[in-house]
Write a protein that binds this ligand. Structure first.
Ligand code: ADP
Ligand code: MG
Length: 239
């Protein structure tokens, strides 16, 4: 069974007179696959991610999204996260005063509770965090800083990938920033995604980018080209 099946998805900006952005998206993702969506700025890539994550800025007007056999559109954003969907923010919010560690422990335990798994205590959580920091070759001072506070673009991106590794979602949506992502930050994203995938080959990832060069570092199973709210072409990595 597909992990994600999007059929004829139409979405518009919520509210009266909101313009239609997604104009009939079809996409099927099987467990364990890496898919990349490419397309120029303004083609609707981020909107697709936001709609999948349940952002209320957008309203679905037609079509359906089946996630793990469930009607995703029936679930609110929080339920989607508990069901294992993770969206890395394109412009990560800064949360002054909330340490990364506190934020992550709450997120991990909310998901574990939902899965009827035992919540992690402080020691178990620290062990998990240390193993993921090692995986991503991160400095330990990171955990003591407030979430995204005073982070550079590259650091925010690295933090986001780190969050993904710790939270361990079933389906990770990785949306790249439009601007300011230099070659180092690009490598951070690529190395992080590759490390997470290597540690867990079952990981399913939807990667959104308008940088073709990102695909020099991450090799997706499928590439889709989005133009004006539709996927107009799909193929293997050669695309
Ligand atoms: P991409 O991520 O491919 O660059 P986006 O999904 O961000 O594209 O945007 C697609 C189009 O929809 C753009 O023209 C953008 O200006 C418009 N758009 C996105 N979100 C909103 C919004 N909340 N309100 C108005 N227009 C929006
Ligand atoms: Mg975008």
């Amino acid at each position: 069974m597909a992990l994600l099946e999007i059929r004829n998805l139409h979405a518009k900006v919520a509210g009266p007179g909101g313009r239609e952005i997604l104009k009939g998206v079809d996409l099927t993702i099987e467990p364990g696959q890496i898919h990349a969506i490419m397309g120029k700025n303004g083609s609707g890539k981020s909107t697709l991610c936001q709609v999948l994550a349940g952002r209320e800025t957008y309203e679905v007007t037609e079509g359906e999204i089946i996630y793990d056999g469930k009607d995703l559109l029936e679930l609110d954003a929080e339920e989607r996260a508990r069901e294992g969907l993770f969206l890395g923010f394109q412009y990560p919010v800064e949360i002054p005063g909330v340490s990364t560690s506190y934020f992550l422990k709450a997120a991990v335990n909310a998901i574990r509770k939902h899965r009827n798994e035992k919540e992690l205590d402080a020691v178990e959580f620290l062990t998990l965090v240390k193993s993921k920091m090692k995986l991503l070759e991160m400095d330990s001072s990171f955990m003591n800083r407030a979430v995204n506070e005073g982070f550079s673009g590259g650091e925010k991106k690295r933090n986001e990938i780190f969050q993904m590794a710790v939270i361990n979602p079933r389906l990770a949506l990785v949306d790249e920033t439009d601007s300011g992502l230099d070659i180092d930050a690009l490598r951070v994203v690529a190395n992080g995604v590759n490390a997470v995938k290597k540690a867990d080959p079952d990981k399913t990832i939807l990667l959104v980018t308008h940088y073709q060069r990102l695909l020099n570092y991450i090799v997706p199973d499928f590439v889709h080209v989005m133009i004006d709210g539709r996927i107009v072409k799909s193929g293997g990595k050669e695309l």
